[in-house]
Write a protein that binds this ligand. Structure first.
Ligand SMILES: CC(C)(COP(=O)(O)OP(=O)(O)OC[C@H]1O[C@@H](n2cnc3c(N)ncnc32)[C@H](O)[C@@H]1OP(=O)(O)O)[C@@H](O)C(=O)NCCC(=O)NCCS
Length: 336
């Protein structure tokens, strides 16, 4: 059985910075409320005409990751693309990346696991490499949230939280025994599917029906719905569980964590986990203050930044953990 490791990381966020004060011009909100509840100061939004889409941002991040991995785009055996905000209903973003990167006819797989999307995608890459089927897998998480949020006061409970961006990792067969992805742990609980969801347009909520059912437009299923407090309560429990599950599977303890990269859902969730596990500020990486919650992109953006800032060194135990819509939650334990 082979082992996989992350050989290259890259990220990209649009240039357009949107501060909390900018949002307060569009809806009844304010900087103090947003910072106090979420820790977010600003986020990036695609600007019309800047050329960014979910797929093109993913490609920008991927190019950096491929270069840093020291391989050619033609060495990629599989693309795994995670997003909840694809450019098209179908086909998925993976095939767009295959075309934009001009990689032969390599397979492209789309993962739809929202905030857990990157770890689910990483797990897919890990399994293909472990079995020996593929050697280099390009894993991308990319989101264009700003294209589909309600920026009126009605949508303020959701729209202030999310931001746009992309992150990518080249996952490669590891030469050194013990270095790389040690294990991944995935879960779901579909009974809570609609607690954090976008109902349509979909086959159940098609456009003419949406309009017919909501002539006043006051209960619009084509904006995301989030039961914020319920999500929060479940998140803190599941984050803790899945981190412990991953550590225990490898005979590790919380004190062995050199770097925890939690999905950037809400700074208060990360702080809760940090306090619960008694981790120091150096052991947890957060950048939600700058980018908001970028869903499938948040872990690869944070991981890339942590690595770029020298916060992850060879031999470190790095833990990734996520929770989100589905509900789904996941962790990955790596020896860097
Ligand atoms: C969304 C979240 C920040 C809301 O915080 P909260 O403390 O639960 O706030 P509530 O939703 O109870 O709203 C409290 C009040 O603030 C108001 N409010 C909501 N959004 C607001 C905003 N952007 N600005 C100002 N006021 C706002 C509400 O209308 C409510 O007013 P009321 O008391 O007069 O009814 C919080 O629940 C959360 O972070 N949940 C988890 C979200 C998450 O992680 N999602 C991604 C999962 S991956």
């Amino acid at each position: 059985m082979y082992q996989s490791k992350i050989a290259g990381l890259g990220s990209y966020v649009p240039e357009n910075v949107v501060t909390n004060d900018d949002l307060a011009k569009l809806m009844d909100t304010n900087d103090e409320w947003i910072q106090e509840r979420t820790g977010i100061k600003e986020r990036r939004h695609i600007k019309k005409g800047d050329g960014n889409t979910t797929a093109t941002m993913g490609v920008k991040a991927a190019k950096i990751a491929i270069e840093r991995a020291g391989i050619s785009k033609d060495d990629i055996d599989l693309i795994v693309f995670a997003t909840l905000s694809p450019d098209y209903y179908f086909p998925g973003g993976g095939v767009q990346v295959q075309d934009m990167l001009d990689i032969n006819t390599c397979p492209a797989l789309d993962v739809r696991n929202q905030c857990s999307g990157f770890i689910y995608a990483l797990s897919v890459a890990d399994q293909y490499i472990k079995t020996g089927m593929y050697q280099n897998v390009l894993v991308i998480g990319s989101e264009n949230h700003s294209g589909g949020l309600d920026f009126t006061t009605r949508g303020r409970g959701v729209s202030v939280i999310f931001g746009d961006g992309a992150g990518a990792a080249v996952v490669t067969r590891s030469d050194h025994n013990g270095q790389g992805i040690l294990s991944t742990h995935l879960h779901s609980e579909g009974k809570h599917a609609l607690e954090l969801s976008l109902k349509g347009p979909s086959t159940l909520h098609w456009v003419p029906e949406i309009i017919a059912e909501n002539p006043q437009g006051d209960d619009i299923p084509y904006y995301p719905y989030m039961n914020g407090q319920f999500v929060f309560k479940n998140a803190v429990v599941r984050f803790s569980e899945v981190i412990m599950e991953g550590l225990q599977a490898n005979g590790l303890d919380v004190k062995d964590i050199d770097m925890l990269i939690p999905h950037q859902a809400n700074l208060r969730i990360s702080q809760f986990i940090q306090q619960k596990f008694k981790l120091s500020d150096d052991q947890v990486y957060n950048n939600i203050q700058k980018y908001g919650n970028t869903t499938a992109a948040s872990i690869p953006i944070a991981l890339t930044e942590a690595w770029e800032n020298g916060k992850i060194k060879e031999g470190d135990t790095v833990v990734l953990a996520a929770f989100g819509s589905g509900f789904t939650w996941a962790s990955a334990i790596m020896k860097w």
